[in-house]
Design a protein around this ligand. Structure first.
Ligand SMILES: Cc1cc2nc3c(=O)[nH]c(=O)nc-3n(C[C@H](O)[C@H](O)[C@H](O)COP(=O)(O)OP(=O)(O)OC[C@H]3O[C@@H](n4cnc5c(N)ncnc54)[C@H](O)[C@@H]3O)c2cc1C
Length: 420
C-alpha cells in the first residue's frame, strides 16, 4: 500500500519505520527542515514504563488549585478565554477518579512494556545509537508526606505489572551515588531497573536515516494543509504546501502524527481530538565533574523534574504549563530548574553554558494516546502521546503498522475504532 505519514517527530518516524518493515511504500511529510525538531527535540529522555502515573489522579484537582497563579509551580494552569482549554480541563477532571486512574495506568503500562520491548528489538536489529543507558529509573522523594502519599500509586503500578522496587534513602544513594549530597533530605524512592533513558532527538534522526536507507521518502519543508475525503467516506489524498507550491498527494492510507497540530488538521472532517498543548522546559548542561554527575535516570518528585545522562551532557526537564500554543521561553521557569540542579548535584554540570528549550506536549486528558482508525476509511491516528511520547514511540509505531496492514496488534490497548 501507499502510505503517507504526517509529521517526522519521534512518533512519525517510528511509524514510518514499522510501516516500511511491513512492506508498504511510505512517504513522510514534515514542515520543518529535518526530523525531530519540535516536541521530540530536547525532552526528558526517559523510557519510563514504571513511572507512568498520569497527571489526572484524585489528588490533582486540589494540587492544581494550590498552584494556580504561582509562576514557579511545577504544573500551572493559566486560565484563558479558550473553549478548547476549558473542554480539555473538564475532560481532565473526569479522568481524576480512582477508577479512571486504575484503568489509565493499566493501559499505559501495557503500551509502555510493549514499546520498551520493541525499542530493545530495534536496537538489537539495527545497532542504533542515541546515548542510551539501561540503568533503570529512580524516582526519589524529598518530602515524607509525598512519599507516604505515593504508596497508593506504587501499588497501582505494581498491580498493572511493573517491577517497581521500594528503596530507603541509603538504598537510593547506593543506586545513584551522585545523590550523596542530598541523602539526609531523601524520604525514599522507587526504582524500576528495567526502565531506560536516551536522547529522543538523536534517535529520531538516526532512525529517519535508517528509514531513508530502506526506501522511505522524506519530504521536508512540506506542510500538510488538509486531508481530503471522497463522497464514499474514504481518504482521497493530502493537500500539501511546499517550496514547489501546493499539490495533492494520493495514498491508500495516511497516519497523522502531528503532535499538538493533529487536532486542528482533523477538525474540518468532524474528528474531534482532545489534544491540548502542555508546555514544558528542559535545560541541558555539559558535564563538568563526572564524579558528581548522575548516570541513572532520576525523577525528583517534589519539583516534578526528570534527569537523564546523555553521553557527556546532563538533561533536566519538566514543568507543565497550560497556556495555549505559545512557545516563548520563560526565563523564570528555566531558572527554577537550574537552581534545583545546583541544589541536588552541586558542581556536576556547567551552569554557565545552559542550553534552554521549551516544547509542547500533545496531551490528552487521560494521557492515553489516540492510536488507530477514524470514521474515514484509510485515515489513521498515532498522536496525543502527552508526557510519554518517547517511551511509547516504538510500540505505537509497531501497533499502527499492524492496524494499517489489517492485523491485530499484540498489545492490549484501547485502539481507536471507526470513531475516535
Ligand atoms: C519538557 C518535556 C519533557 C518530556 N520528557 C519525556 C520523557 O522523559 N519521556 C517521554 O517518553 N516523553 C517525554 N516527553 C514527551 C515527548 O517528548 C512527546 O510526547 C513526543 O516528543 C511527541 O512526539 P510527536 O512525534 O508526537 O510530536 P512532535 O515531536 O511534535 O512531532 C510532530 C511533527 O509534526 C510536524 N508538523 C506539525 N504540523 C505539521 C503540518 N501541518 N505539516 C507537516 N508537518 C507538521 C512538526 O514539525 C513535528 O516535527 C516530554 C515532553 C516535554 C515537552
Amino acid at each position: 500500500m501507499k502510505v503517507i505519514v504526517l509529521g517526522a517527530g519521534v512518533t512519525g518516524v517510528a511509524s514510518a519505520w514499522y510501516l516500511r518493515r511491513a512492506g508498504h511504500e511510505v512517504t513522510v511529510i514534515e514542515r520543518r527542515e529535518a526530523p525531530g525538531l519540535e516536541t521530540s527535540y530536547a525532552n526528558g529522555g526517559q523510557i519510563s514504563v514504571s513511572h507512568a502515573e498520569p497527571w489526572a489522579n484524585p489528588r490533582a484537582p486540589l494540587q492544581i488549585l494550590r498552584w494556580l497563579g504561582r509562576e514557579d509551580a511545577p504544573l500551572l494552569f493559566r486560565l484563558r478565554a479558550d473553549l478548547e482549554q476549558w473542554r480539555w480541563g473538564w475532560a481532565f477532571l473526569r479522568e481524576c477518579t480512582p477508577a479512571r486512574l486504575r484503568h489509565n495506568i493499566r493501559r499505559l503500562v501495557a503500551l509502555g512494556n510493549y514499546s520498551r520491548n520493541a525499542l530493545q528489538q530495534l536496537r538489537a536489529e539495527t545497532g542504533i545509537q542515541y546515548d542510551q543507558l539501561t540503568r533503570g529509573i529512580l524516582h526519589f522523594y524529598t518530602s515524607p508526606e509525598a512519599w507516604r502519599g505515593a504508596q497508593h500509586a506504587v501499588r497501582l503500578m505494581r498491580d498493572a505489572g511493573c517491577a517497581l522496587e521500594t528503596k530507603s534513602a541509603d538504598e537510593c544513594v547506593a543506586i545513584e551515588p551522585a545523590l550523596a549530597s542530598t541523602q539526609r533530605r531523601l524520604a525514599g524512592g522507587t526504582y524500576s531497573p528495567a526502565d531506560e533513558s536516551g536522547d529522543a532527538h538523536r534517535f529520531t534522526r538516526e532512525l529517519a536515516a535508517l528509514c531513508a536507507a530502506r526506501g522511505v521518502a522524506f519530504r521536508h519543508g512540506a506542510t500538510a494543509e488538509a486531508v481530503m475525503v471522497g463522497r464514499d467516506g474514504r481518504l482521497s489524498g493530502i493537500r500539501v504546501h511546499g517550496a514547489g507550491g501546493t499539490e495533492m498527494l494520493g495514498a491508500d492510507a495516511c497516519v497523522v502524527c502531528l503532535g499538538v497540530r493533529s487536532a486542528a488538521l482533523l477538525r474540518p472532517l468532524g474528528i474531534d481530538l482532545r489534544i491540548y498543548p502542555v508546555k514544558g522546559y528542559s535545560v541541558t548542561l555539559p558535564v563538568l565533574d563526572p564524579a558528581k554527575a548522575y548516570s541513572v535516570s532520576l525523577t525528583d518528585d517534589e519539583h516534578k523534574l526528570v534527569f537523564s545522562r546523555l553521553g557527556e551532557r546532563l538533561r533536566i526537564a519538566g514543568t507543565a504549563e497550560f497556556n495555549g500554543y505559545d512557545t516563548t521561553l520563560n526565563e523564570m521557569r528555566c531558572k527554577v530548574i537550574l537552581r534545583r540542579v545546583e541544589e541536588l548535584f552541586p558542581g556536576a554540570g556547567d551552569s554557565s553554558q545552559p542550553l534552554l528549550w521549551t516544547g509542547l506536549r500533545p496531551a490528552t486528558p487521560s494521557n492515553l494516546p489516540y492510536i488507530g482508525g477514524t470514521r474515514c476509511a484509510g485515515l489513521f491516528l498515532n498522536t496525543g502521546h502527552g508526557t510519554l511520547g518517547w517511551t511509547q514511540a516504538c510500540g505505537a509505531g509497531s501497533a499502527i503498522a499492524d492496524l494499517v496492514s489489517g492485523r491485530r496488534p499484540e498489545v492490549d490497548f484501547n485502539f481507536c475504532g471507526t470513531r475516535p
